[in-house]
Design a protein around this ligand. Structure first.
Ligand code: NAP
Ligand code: ZN
Ligand code: ZN
Length: 380
């Protein structure tokens, strides 16, 4: 059964998915053997993120039980915990940039052993059989992926809780290997911010001889600068924050444009092959379409709560395209993690104790993030 929902990243989709799963409710044997866990949760759209005790399923034969050492803080955590996209499920333990160590591997697990450094990203299950899953594009599962949080388990209807917690149990198929060469805190954001920017840059074959724009210098934006630079493109960062110009250059930008300056924007008109838009709040897409060359692509990865309006003129004058991209599938996420280990790429992080999570959200909303908050789970 297909659900008539458009934005695949939308929590409306996740809610609809959850209702579908409820209607086929079959008690899962592991529901009766629980793993007491602790974390931080939102109890409603207006409540602060606060301590929360809950149970996870006991690990089954195909499961990896991991102790979480770090979890990155994605702007999606804010959108969902505050119900900005609609359909949020409470209590909600956010977090989908998870790094940990394998504590226990089920009897049928082949890829992992206790002590391994591993990661879990934005989804923990999918149908595994549709054409998109078969191609390793689980994020576009035709029967809807199961999000790491703000979703219900596929087989039992129990809520899934995310990475702002001490441990998690995930089928090994949805667990990624993370090189011990990478710093664990700085590699956590690769599981979402990393793959969300790597995937479209690879899909649109960004490389030498291309001029590439990155709009917004936050968690996603700073990873996009690093990857686009590493792939050899001429990289331009668009920011609203004058205080980030020097950092943008250090992170890989060849040029920085203040998007609030009409003169700087006009000077860049018609010169870009590809622009990756990571902005989390409402902004003018036409201003970026104007910057594309003929046949250029504006790819949206940021998901502002409001619908953006675009006039056909902005597209037909130059056969331009607006596209979108959602995280990345398991094979590409592993490829990205291996690429990062090989090239020494990680996030620039500010490690925080979990008690500072609400302050971190408020700072992100003021664009005051350099460039990803990561929770040290030992502080839980
Ligand atoms: P973030 O760290 O908060 O960064 C967002 C950046 O956008 C800010 O630092 C700021 O950069 C810019 N910005 C904020 N408000 C703005 C405004 N009103 N006008 C112009 N620029 C503004 O957020 P993030 O974690 O990178 O996430 C960004 C977005 O991507 C969120 O909507 C998130 O839900 C979405 N997301 C999508 C996917 C996907 O698969 N497509 C995956 C993860 C996240 P400057 O200071 O440089 O202007
Ligand atoms: Zn995310
Ligand atoms: Zn599928």
């Amino acid at each position: 059964m297909r659900l008539p929902v458009t934005p695949r990243c939308s929590s409306k989709l996740l809610l609809a998915d959850s209702i579908l799963q409820h209607s086929n409710f079959i008690p899962h044997p592991f529901l009766f053997a629980m793993l007491p866990s602790k974390g931080y949760a939102a109890q409603s759209a207006t409540a602060p993120i606060a301590p929360f005790d809950f149970d996870r399923r006991d690990p089954g034969p195909h499961d990896v039980h991991l102790e979480i050492s770090h979890c990155g803080v994605c702007h999606t955590d804010i959108h969902l915990s505050r119900n900005e996209w609609g359909g949020s499920i409470y209590p909600m333990v956010p977090g989908h940039e998870i790094i940990g160590t394998v504590k226990q591997a089920g009897s049928a697990v082949t890829k992992f052993a206790p002590g391994d450094r591993v990661g879990v990203g934005c989804f923990v299950d999918s149908c595994r059989t549709c054409s998109n899953c078969s191609e390793g594009l689980e994020q576009y599962c035709e029967n809807h992926f199961t999000a790491t949080y703000n979703s219900l388990a596929r087989d039992g209807g129990a809520p899934n809780y995310g990475g702002y917690s001490n441990q998690i149990v995930v089928d090994e198929r949805f667990v990624l290997k993370v090189s011990s060469k990478l710093d664990p805190a700085a590699s956590a954001p690769l599981l979402c911010a990393g793959i969300t920017t790597y995937s479209p840059l690879r899909y649109w074959k960004v490389g030498p001889d291309q001029k590439v724009g990155v709009v917004g210098l936050g968690g996603l934006g700073h990873m996009a600068l690093k990857f686009a630079h590493s792939f050899g493109a001429h990289v331009v960062c668009f920011t609203t924050s004058t205080g980030k110009i020097a950092d943008a250059k250090r992170l890989g930008a060849d040029e920085v444009v203040l998007s609030s300056s009409p003169d700087q924007m006009a000077a860049a008109a018609g010169t870009f092959d590809f622009i990756l838009d990571t902005v989390s709040a409402s902004h003018d897409l036409a201003a970026y379409l104007d910057l594309l060359k003929r046949d250029g692509v504006l790819c949206l990865v940021g998901v502002p709560p409001e619908t953006a309006a675009v006039h056909a003129h902005n597209l037909i004058m130059g056969r331009k395209k607006i596209a979108g991209s959602l995280v990345g599938g398991l094979p590409e996420t592993q490829e990205m993690l291996d690429y990062c280990a090989e090239h020494g790429i990680t996030s620039d992080v500010e490690v925080i104790p979990i008690a500072q999570i609400n302050e971190a959200y408020n700072r992100m909303l003021r664009s005051d993030v350099k460039y990803r908050f990561v929770i040290d789970m030992a502080t839980l």
